[in-house]
Design a protein around this ligand. Structure first.
Ligand code: SF4
Ligand code: SF4
Length: 86
């Protein structure tokens, strides 16, 4: 199912602090059950000092738009955009 929103990270202000990665409940569940995060199970990660969202079509669990990372980011670097639903 296509995602109905997108997370945008402002690369100019993101410090790569990892708060979004660790505050995300979906990431947390994967960490708890699999004890690691990678591009296959995480919905948001940090690479080269910048966070980036990961959406994989048909994956069992994708970002559900809960907005916790948006609230927790100390840099206010994350915004959520709702896609137009036709
Ligand atoms: S998006 Fe915000 S919380 Fe995530 S790594 Fe960047 S600064 Fe930290
Ligand atoms: S919106 Fe929620 S589920 Fe999506 S990346 Fe942020 S914390 Fe995780």
């Amino acid at each position: 199912m296509p995602q109905e929103f997108t997370l945008k990270i402002n690369k100019l202000v993101c410090t790569g602090c990892n708060v979004c990665v660790t505050s995300c409940p979906i990431n947390f569940n994967h960490l708890k059950t699999q004890s690691y995060l990678n591009e296959e199970n995480a919905v948001i990660l940090v690479k080269n000092g910048t966070a980036y969202p990961i959406f994989i079509e048909n994956r069992e669990v994708n970002c559900d738009g809960c907005g916790i990372c948006v609230k927790e980011c100390p840099q206010i670097a994350i915004t959520m955009q709702i896609k137009e639903i036709i």
